[in-house]
Design a protein around this ligand. Structure first.
Ligand code: NAP
Length: 293
């Protein structure tokens, strides 16, 4: 398929490389052009603007930091909405707000283009290994056309709704759960460590018995090993997701007391000089600090 991929950060690099490897005709664009070099060496074409990336393709994937980045790429000067052909698809894989997904669905529909939300679960290693879980929502016939491409990017696609923004709501709810696990696991580890238990042995017990889910293994390993750099998922992005889940919850009048707590944890982490460079699991250092360790 003739595709474009916009946003070659930690996640986008691996995803775009997998599309090239699978034999798709891929044009790439990244704000900082140097990040496109490796993909061009693998056979991708380079676009100088998002508008150029959108020209003549069947689908354009976007994998950008946040709402502001995606708005700039779609609606800004040289934005892709101006060149994407009627009937072409925009697949938004970034973790963005429900409100922006609604705006994109409407704007693309007005331009005669198709819009699908397809945020993902999985960190950069999963993106590179094509092991992402894709949460898709949009018109069923559009998702059916995209399924072979999703199969190149991930291990499974979950189709949840015909309304694209619902996939974003689900993705945000998932990150709220991950953040809650990081927080509760950090508090429990602070407790047993102060009581004289080896954190690594404690984690081994947890993840071999009642807490065998990947999220406990992955984040438990990062917390116990204090491996917060290089950040696989940077703290400012985690803070962004907490902010977005709280915004979605406010719109629906749903209280999320744990998300409010996480909001303060991220503010405290990002108030520290190097906080923005750390993985979001570094909020665990705050539970440890509070326990006087
Ligand atoms: P990242 O490494 O920070 O990459 C961010 C990308 O957005 C880069 O291509 C960056 O371009 C671009 N960008 C930022 N601001 C921009 C702007 N104003 N205009 C144009 N481009 C801009 O982030 P990531 O870890 O790949 O995450 C990307 C998305 O996936 C985020 O929404 C994140 O929440 C989500 N996600 C991440 C993970 C994870 O574990 N990392 C997992 C699932 C979902 P430059 O290179 O020019 O800065």
């Amino acid at each position: 398929m003739k595709l474009a991929f916009i946003g070659l950060g930690q996640m986008g690099q691996g995803m775009a490389a997998n599309l090239v490897k699978a034999g798709h005709d891929v044009t790439v664009y990244n704000r900082s052009a140097d990040k496109a070099a490796a993909l061009v060496a693998q056979g991708a074409k380079l676009a100088r603007t998002p508008a150029e990336a959108g020209e003549g393709v069947e689908a354009v994937f976007t994998m950008l930091a946040d709402d502001k980045a995606l708005e700039a790429v779609v609606f800004g000067a040289d934005g892709l909405i101006s060149t994407l052909a009627p009937g072409a698809m925009h697949v938004s894989a970034s973790t963005i707000s429900v409100a922006l997904a609604e705006r994109l669905a409407q704007a693309h529909a007005e331009a005669g283009q198709d819009f699908v939300s397809a945020p993902v679960f999985g960190r950069p290693d999963a993106a590179a290994a094509a092991k992402l879980f894709i949460v898709a929502a949009g018109a069923p016939e559009v998702i059916a056309r995209l399924q072979p491409v999703f199969d190149v990017l991930g291990q499974r696609t979950f189709v949840l709704s015909e309304t694209p923004s619902r996939a974003n709501l689900v993705k945000l709810s998932g990150n709220f759960l991950i953040g809650s696990v990081i927080e509760s696991l950090s508090e429990a580890i602070a407790l047993v460590a102060k009581g004289g238990i080896d954190p690594a042995a404690y984690l081994e017990l947890l993840t071999s018995t009642l807490f065998t889910a990947p999220v406990y293994k992955t984040y438990g390993g990062l917390i116990v090993g204090e491996k917060f750099t290089p950040a696989g998922f940077a703290a400012p992005l985690g803070q962004k997701d907490v902010r977005l889940v709280l915004a979605a919850a406010e719109t629906l009048n749903v209280p999320l007391p744990l998300a409010s707590l996480l909001r303060d944890r991220f503010l405290a982490l990002l108030a520290q000089p190097e906080g923005a460079e750390l993985d979001w699991s570094a909020i665990s250092t705050l539970a440890r600090r509070d326990s006087g360790q």
